[in-house]
Ligand binder design. Structure first.
Ligand SMILES: Cc1ncc(COP(=O)(O)O)c(C=O)c1O
Length: 448
């Protein structure tokens, strides 16, 4: 679609008819290609958010566009009473990609819905009702997924009572570890279990984990912490749910982030990157869990679950990831990004830490030693003004003070270098008090 009205009208028109969040959109985007997007004024931006982590294979990949068009012309949606070849092929592919014994898929549309479903399955299969989640985790906006989320402080203000039975464990956040461990020595884990045993039955249905906490500050989980969670689940007969909505399907340089720790969860949730831009999500689990759910009468019944259209596009998307060797590219480009961000951290006082795993990376912005969400917003805006989209423009959404870098897995060395150059220019400008400070919390900087 091309803009039919004066380009400057779009934001005003948006505000008149689209219910707004507290963070008004700063750009009106019109087209994209690989790692780049353009707005209605023809301005080009590097998209280091990959849409919202959904465009792992890049914007407007010709193969995906072609398959979407072809499948739309054949059969799009059939309801959940029937199956179709694309759904079967996609489930077979996921069984091949996931390590044993993960072999059975349930399909749905979004990460929230998939997490909700995973929690429901875990409760049904174990006959228990409690769930443990990481503080700073984010799992979605539906009731249980939201109840298990705590990525931003006071995020449940005004939301009323949450589902009962959800307990929180400390995240292994070494940069701000309350036990000042430096390198994670599992003090946070031991303290968490002490609290769990005092405040809950100690026998949860599931522990739900992000192996890189995304919205809560881009915090990779140390392998020993992941192993401790696996051991806890084994000892307590609880299911380990890996929420890989952000990290799944190659982003961390492995197909799944849990592989870095050498463990296998009981349920894996994948969403965003699965559909190549089309809302598609899957829960991959073991034959034993799927069978137990069936025996106990579990019904997955949504309008869109394994639609031929969703599944055909997801398959084409996985073909692209495999044929273009994008998991390896994520590992190589992730290292280049990490090295560059590390250099920025040593050169700029307002950068507290650079961290990440593969192509999900964060720069924590500080003022002295304090978290500096407003400053992070200024840096993010200064990046945007210079043509780089990074997560962090909206303070409060991802704990506010960590900029998130997550380009498509197709990203090139030149694009990584360009993004680092822009980020450095933004940091220099903000250091010098030259850029964007007046536009904190607003979007005027980019609109003008
Ligand atoms: C780790 C994680 N899980 C779940 C979700 C929710 O996914 P969706 O927005 O598709 O419902 C998100 C969204 O950002 C996420 O980051």
């Amino acid at each position: 679609m091309t803009s039919s009205a004066e380009p400057t009208d779009w934001l005003e028109r948006d505000q008149k008819v689209v219910a707004q969040s507290p963070y008004a959109p700063p750009l009106v985007l019109e087209k994209g290609r690989r790692c780049e997007v353009w707005d209605v004024h023809g301005r080009r931006f590097l998209d280091f958010e990959s849409g919202q982590f959904c465009m792992s294979t890049g914007h407007s990949h010709p193969r995906i566009a072609q398959v979407a068009g072809e499948q739309a012309a054949i059969l799009m949606q059939i309801g959940n009473r029937f199956t179709n070849p694309a759904r079967i092929l996609l489930a077979e592919r996921l069984a091949d990609l996931a390590p044993d014994p993960l072999a059975m898929s349930f399909f749905c549309s979004t990460g929230s819905e998939a997490n909700e479903t995973a929690l429901r399955i875990a409760k049904l299969v174990t006959g228990r009702f409690e769930v443990l989640a990481q503080a700073r985790g984010y799992h979605g906006r539906t009731a249980s997924a939201y109840g298990a989320s705590s990525s931003a402080r006071r995020m449940r203000r005004g939301a009323g009572p949450q589902p009962p039975g959800i307990g929180f464990i400390s995240p292994p956040y070494t940069y701000r570890c309350p036990f000042t461990c430096g390198t994670c020595d599992l003090s946070c884990w031991k303290h968490s279990i002490e609290m769990v045993d005092r405040a809950t039955s100690g026998e949860p249905a599931a522990v739900i984990v992000e192996f890189v906490l995304g919205a809560g500050g881009v915090i990779p989980v140390p392998p020993d912490w992941a192993k401790a969670v696996r051991q806890f689940c084994d000892e307590r007969d609880a299911l380990l749910i890996a929420d890989e909505a952000l990290t799944g399907l190659g982003r961390t340089g492995r197909w799944f982030a849990f592989e870095h720790a050498g463990i296998v969860p009981d349920i894996v949730v994948i969403s965003k990157a699965l559909g190549g831009g089309v809302p598609t999500a899957a829960i991959i689990t073991t034959g034993a869990v799927a069978e137990a759910a069936l025996q106990r009468g579990f019904i997955q019944a949504a309008s869109h679950q394994g639609d031929p259209f969703q599944c055909a596009v997801a398959l084409a998307n996985l073909d692209v990831i495999q044929e273009e060797d994008l998991v390896r590219n994520a590992e190589r480009m992730g290292q280049r990004l990490a090295d560059g961000l590390q250099r920025l951290a040593t050169r700029h006082q307002i950068v507290g830490e650079a961290r990440g795993l593969g192509l999900i990376a964060g720069l924590e912005i500080i003022d002295g030693v304090e978290e500096a969400p407003e400053l992070a917003a200024v840096v993010s805006l200064a990046c945007l003004e210079r043509g780089l989209i990074v997560g962090g423009l909206r303070p409060g959404i991802r704990e506010g003070n960590t900029l998130r870098f997550a380009p498509p897995l197709t990203v090139t060395a030149a694009e990584i270098d360009e993004a680092l150059t822009i980020t450095e220019a933004a940091l220099v400008a903000v250091d010098a008090g030259q850029s964007g400070r007046t536009a904190v919390g607003a979007t005027a900087g980019i609109r003008s």
